[in-house]
Design a protein around this ligand. Structure first.
Ligand code: 5AD
Ligand code: FES
Length: 351
């Protein structure tokens, strides 16, 4: 056990461990090391970001998806999924509402929907930026070509979220159909970074067949890739997918990983995700108290929310945008943190 504490100390000092050291942190975890990690992670997060929590308004623009990820409720093969697509006007209306509510970052997220061509997206991005020049725009629209990523960047996108899902190739292949490739996913992430985006990667915790070795690879990947953001959340089964009978991931392990990630990269933007809040009524609070510093309330129109069902029992699907934001502001205040109206860029620091 004392070994683990010296590993934690080394991690905070050097921001780096070997693959087997990360694996040891995971296989030998327990309440002692967890609270040690949590305390250090909160101390580090407070040194970089104080008690502020950044917020991003999430607009779920389309539930159409051409992919067939085995875990995802909006996979192409799920014939029961309800499909919708917001029009550019709908999306602009969400941004207007969001701006009034204090959001300074909008995240346009959707399945890989071919309707959203570069031309349509670029036009929309220019419109949003013209109306709200002070906002940051984040896209989360899956894998696209270098040319597409470049065009979207030139049209005003600042950030791109593309979870790598897992840094272990064999595990990636067990979660995805053969038409999708781990190498291509990783290549997209490198391309996004080269173009100049603030890039977010991320992974699920407790996906079927995931080993501690695979999670250790995720940690090593984040350490070396140095993303601006890393989104992690527990896997939650969706009844109409091949993984419908699999158990959910663990809130406790997700929080443990959040603390480790905070020590790996002190200025990392770490969201306390909706999936955490879905598995545990105070999951997002637990995420913040483990070192996370971002929340992403839902800004989608209420009539489409239940159709963007990535997993069962997703929260915030009946609430209005204003309710979601004030709900989170109250929750954060309740644990001594403050939701801020800010673009929420990563703070540049040397580490
Ligand atoms: N459980 C948890 N997270 C999921 N995602 C997709 N399906 C699930 C699920 N069943 C996550 C993926 C994806 C992000 C948008 O949502 O990591 O990248
Ligand atoms: Fe959406 Fe609480 S954050 S209702």
């Amino acid at each position: 056990m004392s070994d683990l504490f010296s590993l934690i100390d080394k991690l905070e000092r050097t921001h780096s461990l070997s693959l087997s050291e990360y694996e040891a942190l995971l296989t030998q975890r327990g309440e002692g090391p967890a609270s040690e990690l949590r305390e250090r992670a909160v101390r580090v997060r407070k040194a970089v970001y104080g008690n502020t929590v950044f917020t991003r308004g999430l607009i779920e623009i389309s539930s159409w998806c051409k992919n067939d990820c085995l875990y995802c409720g909006i996979r192409h093969g799920n014939q029961k999924a309800q499909r919708y697509r917001l029009s550019p006007e709908d999306i602009l209306a969400c941004c207007r509402e969001g701006w009034t509510l204090g959001f300074r970052t909008f995240v346009l997220q959707g399945g890989e929907d071919p309707w959203f061509t570069d031309e349509r997206l670029c036009h929309l991005l220019r419109q949003i930026k013209a109306e709200f020049p002070a906002c940051a725009l984040t896209l989360s629209l899956g894998e696209r070509s270098r040319e597409s990523y470049q065009a979207l960047y030139d049209a005003g996108a600042d950030r791109y979220l593309l979870r790598h899902e897992t840094a272990d190739q064999a595990h990636y292949e067990a979660l995805h159909p053969t038409a999708m490739s781990w190498a291509h996913r990783m290549e997209c992430l490198r391309t996004l970074k080269e173009i100049g985006y603030q890039v977010g990667c991320g992974f699920m915790v407790g996906s079927p067949g995931q080993t501690e070795r695979a999670l250790a690879k995720d940690l090593k990947f984040v350490e070396t890739f140095r993303p601006a953001m890393c989104g992690i959340g527990p896997f939650i089964p969706h009844q109409d997918t091949p993984f419908g009978d699999q158990p959910s991931g663990s809130v406790e392990l997700t929080c443990y990983l959040l603390s480790i990630l905070r020590l790996i990269q002190p200025n990392l933007l770490l969201p306390a995700t909706t999936a955490l809040g879905t598995l545990d009524p105070v999951g997002r609070e637990k995420g913040i108290q483990a070192g996370a510093n971002v929340v992403m309330p839902n800004l989608s129109p209420v009539d489409v929310r239940k159709k963007y069902m990535l997993y069962d029992n997703k929260i915030c699907t009946g609430e209005e945008s204003a309710q979601c934001r004030s709900c989170l502001a109250t929750r954060m205040a309740g644990i001594g943190y403050e939701l801020v109206s800010d673009r929420g860029d990563p703070r540049p620091i040397e580490n």
